[in-house]
Design a protein around this ligand. Structure first.
Ligand SMILES: [Cu+2]
Length: 143
């Protein structure tokens, strides 16, 4: 999972740097293409389309062999400190949800817009029983 977090951080840094130099009419505009979120057993791969503050189009695909979901939360600390249920799943009732959607069967797809209204750290996760424990999440930090 470190690999994905690092990639997200690199994307955030690059996007932040582009914004800082102020490329005219380019970096300030949100990308048109959707972010592709591939759900596999048991991790989440995001395409290189930068996730940004504002409206983010997502296409979510279950590329795994079992049912998955993609939900998101704004988080304020390390993943290791997130509240858990007795079964070791995320305790969603104690968290700030930013997106929810259907459970997807293998091969199924969902498209939705995810509003990320502020800078900060977001957790995109599959919280079907046991999947978070297996590492099925990714962290995106927006400058
Ligand atoms: Cu899952």
């Amino acid at each position: 999972m470190l690999q994905f977090r690092n990639r997200s951080a690199v994307i955030a840094v690059i996007f932040g740097a582009l914004g800082a130099v102020g490329l005219p009419g380019c970096a300030a505009d949100p990308p048109d293409g959707p972010t592709i979120a591939n759900l596999v057993d048991f991790h989440i791969d995001l395409s290189s389309t930068p996730v940004h503050v504002g409206s983010n189009k997502f296409v979510i695909r279950d590329e795994g062999g079992v049912e998955h979901e993609l939900i998101g939360f704004k988080i304020d600390g390390p993943v290791a400190d997130l509240p858990l249920t007795a079964d070791g799943n995320l305790d969603e009732e104690q968290m700030t949800n930013v997106t929810d959607g259907p459970n997807l069967a293998p091969g199924a797809e969902d498209a939705r817009t995810i509003e990320l209204t502020t800078a900060g750290t977001y957790l995109l996760v599959c919280n079907l029983p046991g999947h978070f424990k297996h590492g099925m999440y990714t962290v995106v930090t927006l400058p």
